[in-house]
Structure formats: structure tokens, C-alpha cells
Write a protein that binds this ligand. Structure first.
Ligand SMILES: C[C@H]([C@H](O)CC(=O)SCCNC(=O)CCNC(=O)[C@H](O)C(C)(C)COP(=O)(O)OP(=O)(O)OC[C@H]1O[C@@H](n2cnc3c(N)ncnc32)[C@H](O)[C@@H]1OP(=O)(O)O)[C@H]1CC[C@H]2[C@@H]3CCC4=CC(=O)CC[C@]4(C)[C@H]3CC[C@]12C
Length: 271
């Protein structure tokens, strides 16, 4: 007589997506591998970013990781079975845009990172696509690719130096050294350090502040930040003035001052 086999448990989705009010929370979910990126995870992330851009009810997004880790980058073990280099050698790849990692694509709504534990390699790379960053005290950051003879194809060799001082960016990229949350704060890689376990709470607090603001204004400010980056000031002001005037002609721009005068909270419609 054969023994009853234990039923195989279906694997949990590699990324979880949850909407809370106007906030979409995207959680990388392979905690046993410190949320190393997988194909299915990246597919869900891509779909989540489309949803953030397309759904007017969503005003802010948060990216976080499950099980006390943010993300350990590409799956190094999977690379030993199927190496990306062998795929790239076959041709036909355009890695100047990687939607899941928001490389070559930026969201139209603010994205907040809530980091607990390690954010290494691809983990620190996607962090650079977020607008506001909260780290728990024991979080660690680093661009480790060179340690394994790899290249930070998530965009860090271009983007990191635009976000933190050159000498620090070069050192992190070339040494692969990890930095603590406090050091990340001191170099401006993150904006907040909170107690362990509190990163998502703080991120949600910031998200609620943004979600309560006029969505037309928020998205216009974000668009201005993005499209004027690196432009000469005069050229940038030309673009900024056009975007700002669009906001002033919106219904929300009328509602804000009216709510102030009537001593009530504004009721923004996003138009
Ligand atoms: C090119 C980009 C990107 O730039 C490349 C990378 O990201 S390389 C990844 C480098 N990662 C690291 O260096 C981190 C390694 N891990 C650690 O240092 C530590 O584990 C830690 C600090 C994260 C945590 O330490 P702990 O002490 O807390 O825990 P530890 O005991 O070490 O680990 C616990 C268990 O977790 C496992 N683990 C940890 N990290 C990984 C990992 N990175 N991979 C696998 N497993 C990991 C560990 O082994 C332990 O397990 P046990 O079983 O308990 O031992 C690339 C980014 C995305 C790529 C694209 C992806 C999609 C594609 C698919 C294709 O088919 C084609 C290519 C491509 C487009 C691909 C192209 C490159 C990318 C863009």
C-alpha cells in the first residue's frame, strides 16, 4: 500500500500588490531569497506600474519587500543554470529600458521606497527610480555587481552619480561596498531612517500626505522634476511655466483656495 503524499503547496506569488485607498503597495515577495528578482516578480511589477499610471484612483505607490528584506538584486543562483550573458550573446536584447526596474521609464505618480534589510545590487538600482526613500535602521545598500564580475545593468552606472556625490557613487560602484542606513542618509541616498519594522508605516504616512494633496498639482510637479532634469535653467523655466499654467486652470486649483476660505478640507477631483 502506498503512503499518502503530502499535497504540494502552490508557490506564493513573487510580488504582492495591494491597494489601500489611493495608495498602491507593491511588495517583492521571495523572502527565502531576500526577494531576489525573478521573471514572474518582474512581470507583476511591470503590470503594477501600468496600473499606477493608468488608474486615476491611485495617487501614490510604495515599493517594499517581504520578510525583512528589500531586494538582493538578480537571482545569482538562477544565473548558474541560465546565464543572462548567454541570452544576450544571442542578440535582440534592448536593455536601455527595463520596465520592471523603472529604467528608461518613470511613473507619472510618486513612488516611495520602504526598505527593511538588504537592498543590494538590483535592489539599490530600483531604489534609484523611487522619489522618496525610507530606510529602517538595519537596512543596507550597495551596488555589488562588480564583485561578481557583472555590470549594474539596472542603470546605476548612469543614475547613481546624478543622485549622490561623484566620489561616493564611484566608490560604491567600483568597490561593491555596502553602506548602512545612517550612511545612506548622510550621502542623500535615502531621506528618512526609522526604527526596524517601521519603514512601511512611515512610507504610508508620507503617502497619505501626498494623496491628500491635489493630484493634478502633484503629478505636474513630478513631471516638471522629471522633464527638466539636467536642462539649462532658462529652458527648464519655459517648460515649467507651461506645466504650471495647466495646473492653475484646473478645477482642483479653484477648489484649494475655496476650501481654505471656507475653513474645510479640499475635495479634489483630479481635474
Ligand atoms: C544587471 C541587473 C543587476 O544589476 C544585476 C544584479 O542585481 S546581480 C545580483 C547581485 N546580488 C548580490 O550581490 C546580493 C547577494 N546576496 C548577498 O550579498 C546577501 O545574501 C544579502 C546581503 C542580500 C543578505 O545577506 P543575509 O546574511 O541576510 O542572508 P543570506 O544568508 O546571505 O541569504 C539568505 C538566502 O537568500 C539567498 N540569496 C540572497 N541573495 C540572493 C541572490 N541575489 N540570488 C539568489 N539567492 C540569494 C541566499 O543564497 C540564501 O539562501 P540559502 O538557500 O539559505 O543559502 C540585473 C537585475 C535584473 C536582471 C534581469 C532579470 C530578468 C532577466 C531575465 C533573463 O532571462 C534575461 C536577463 C534579464 C533581463 C536580467 C538581466 C540583468 C538584470 C537587469
Amino acid at each position: 500500500m502506498s503512503e499518502a503524499q503530502p499535497e504540494a503547496q502552490p508557490e506564493a506569488p513573487h510580488c504582492l500588490v495591494e491597494q489601500r485607498g489611493h495608495v498602491l503597495i507593491v511588495t517583492m515577495n521571495r523572502p527565502q531569497a531576500r526577494n531576489a528578482l525573478s521573471g514572474p516578480m518582474m512581470q507583476i511589477m511591470r503590470e503594477a506600474w501600468d496600473r499606477v499610471d493608468d488608474d486615476p484612483q491611485i495617487r501614490v505607490a510604495i515599493l517594499t519587500g517581504a520578510g525583512g528584506a528589500f531586494c538582493a538584486g538578480a537571482d545569482l543562483k538562477a544565473m548558474t543554470a541560465q546565464h543572462p550573458g548567454d541570452l544576450f550573446a544571442g542578440g535582440g536584447w534592448d536593455l536601455s529600458r527595463i520596465d520592471a526596474l523603472l529604467k528608461g521609464r518613470r511613473l507619472t505618480k510618486p513612488l516611495i521606497a520602504a526598505v527593511e534589510g538588504p537592498a543590494i545590487a538590483g535592489g539599490t538600482e530600483i531604489l534609484q527610480a523611487t522619489d522618496i526613500r525610507v530606510a529602517a535602521r538595519s537596512a543596507r545598500f550597495g551596488v555589488a555587481e562588480a564583485r561578481w564580475g557583472l555590470f549594474p545593468l539596472g542603470g546605476s552606472a548612469v543614475r547613481l552619480v546624478r543622485q549622490i556625490p561623484y566620489t561616493v557613487a564611484a566608490e560604491l560602484l567600483l568597490t561593491g561596498r555596502q553602506v548602512s542606513a545612517e550612511e545612506a542618509l548622510s550621502i542623500g541616498l535615502v531621506g528618512h531612517v526609522v526604527d526596524d519594522g517601521q519603514a512601511l508605516t512611515k512610507a504610508l504616512e508620507l503617502a497619505e500626505l501626498i494623496a491628500a494633496n491635489g493630484p493634478v498639482a502633484v503629478q505636474a510637479i513630478l513631471r516638471t522634476l522629471r522633464v527638466t532634469e539636467g536642462l539649462p535653467e532658462e529652458e527648464a523655466f519655459g517648460i515649467e511655466a507651461g506645466i504650471g499654467m495647466e495646473v492653475f486652470t484646473s478645477q482642483d486649483a479653484k477648489e484649494g483656495p475655496r476650501a481654505f476660505a471656507e475653513k474645510r478640507r479640499p475635495d479634489f477631483v483630479g481635474k
